[in-house]
Design a binder for this molecule. Structure first.
Ligand SMILES: [Zn+2]
Length: 473
């Protein structure tokens, strides 16, 4: 009612319209840029940094770093300028060049950014490089990595794990949960299309605010998409729908600018020249998914007779691992691979991979052997174990019982302990100490494995791991 009364007075309506119009045309259209906030997250900002730093250390052992101070210093100067315009928390960013000519870049939580030399080599000016970096900074600022990890935790994990994350339990437990080691297919780096769209918007805003023409980001992505050159960028950063349109829309929202944009610098051209003068990047090795290069050695048929490299001795310090059904502890210099229901804890070099398989030579594997639902109630532990062994022998024809040790207690539950021998992937024989325990979801199987000649050295560690087992439900 009151509004109506006012608008009846025409001059007031005109003045009101003029104010509205003024708002749209004024330089303060700044206010209309898309505001993005980090999504759901179980990690603290500090944990983003801690997690990122841990994974970064691991990543740098597994990917070829360029280690050129001039290039890294340049990337840091440029990166810090860009990151200064990022919204949200201020992370301790660091930028490093990877000696890989494939066009790709990735960012770990907390601001650890890696840019392949291929990005610099393919960029026609600094603005294009800044576009890729701005996009990666967008992933960090919006905490996409730990957001995804948080959603994954919610989907899979029991409350115990949430408690450990929320309660600020040691990062090693969290890392163990995330699969511990750096992997390109890890939950931290597999972005959704929506995350990509958001990173594009932040990247656009960053370019705009740091006085680059933001259209260069879109142009670089278009160039990659048309690509004659190898690019993995879109496998780790899936194309969002209408990518270029969305970037252009955001540019329109950012409004016009009067200052001349600096899109290239002499420094960028110097760095490009420097890269050309350096030896070519090694041929892109197949990047293993979470498996360190030492573990990818393919044993030749007679490798067993030679002195193979052995894993370092297990640390006497232990760390905790939580999964859906059990908690356990393992030596701090071992790693966890796998997921909730099936995982392997091994020392560095404990897994041997060939073209199509990977085999555990040292360590412990945990799995849940399914028993058909109908027969579950009337099947006892011994019978279930026998069935599991028969199924195991299908893929391990050399698996042979040496000693049935009978009953054993695991966290108070009744279990069976048996010693088998088998062919070791490092050649010769191995000992498999197999412990089974009944669980409502199936038969829990622990397989402790080491080559026969070294088994005694692992016996104590294996017992300690089994002693630490704690069934969570
Ligand atoms: Zn991305």
């Amino acid at each position: 009612m009151i509004l109506k009364a006012i608008f009846r007075k025409r001059w007031i309506w005109r003045a009101f319209a003029a104010v509205l119009l003024g708002l749209f045309l004024s330089p303060f259209v700044y206010a209309q840029r898309t505001r993005l906030e980090p999504g759901f997250n179980l990690f603290s900002v500090q944990q983003d940094v801690e997690l990122g730093r841990n994974v970064a250390q691991d990543a740098e052992k597994k990917i070829p770093m360029l280690n050129n101070t001039r290039v890294d210093n340049y990337l840091n100067r440029l990166g810090m300028k860009l990151a200064g315009s990022a919204p949200g928390e201020k992370y301790p960013y660091q930028f490093k060049c990877v000696n890989d000519s494939n066009i790709n870049a990735f960012a770990l939580p907390g601001g650890f950014l890696y840019i392949n030399r291929g990005v610099i080599e393919a960029a026609d000016n600094e603005a294009e490089l800044a576009g890729v970096m701005g996009h990666e900074i967008g992933h960090v600022a919006l905490r996409h990595g730990t957001n995804q990890a948080s959603k994954a935790q919610l989907a899979q994990a029991p409350l115990a794990i949430l408690g450990s994350v929320l309660g600020g339990d040691s990062m090693s437990a969290v890392l163990a949960q995330l699969g511990a080691s750096f992997a390109f297919n890890s939950v931290l780096l597999k972005y959704s299309r929506d995350a990509e769209r958001q990173a594009d918007l932040i990247g656009t805003q960053i370019l705009f605010d740091t006085n680059y023409n933001p259209r260069y980001m879109a142009e670089f992505f278009e160039k990659l998409d048309a690509g004659e050159r190898g690019s993995d960028f879109f496998s780790s950063h899936p194309h969002p729908e209408n990518r270029i349109d969305n970037i252009n829309l955001e540019i329109a929202r950012l409004g016009s600018y009067s200052r001349e944009r600096v899109n290239d610098t002499g420094e960028f051209r110097d760095i490009k020249r420097l890269l050309r003068s350096l030896p070519a990047a090694p041929k892109p090795a197949e990047v293993p998914s979470g498996v360190p290069s030492e573990e990818r050695k393919i044993p030749s048929p007679d490798a067993g007779q030679k002195q193979e490299p052995r894993p370092p001795a297990p640390s006497t310090k232990f760390r905790r691992f939580y999964s859906e059904h059990i908690k356990l502890q393992y030596p701090v210099n071992w790693k966890v691979f796998g997921h909730e229901k099936e995982f392997t804890v091994t020392p560095e070099g404990g897994i041997l991979r060939s073209a199509d398989t990977s085999a555990v030579a040292y360590g412990v594997s945990f799995s849940l052997f399914e028993i058909p639902a109908g027969s579950r109630s009337d099947i006892d532990l011994r019978e279930a174990t026998d069935r599991m062994i028969v199924s195991l022998q299908g893929s391990n024809p050399a698996l042979r019982l040496i000693r049935d040790q009978g009953g054993i207690r695991v966290d108070g539950k009744k279990g069976l302990s048996r010693i088998y021998e088998n062919e070791s992937p490092v050649g010769g024989l191995e000992i498999d100490w197999i412990v089974t325990v009944m669980h409502p979801e199936g038969l829990m199987v622990f397989a402790f494995v080491a080559p026969e000649r070294y088994f005694n050295e692992y016996d104590r560690v294996f017992e300690k791991i089994l002693d630490s087992v704690d069934f969570t439900n």
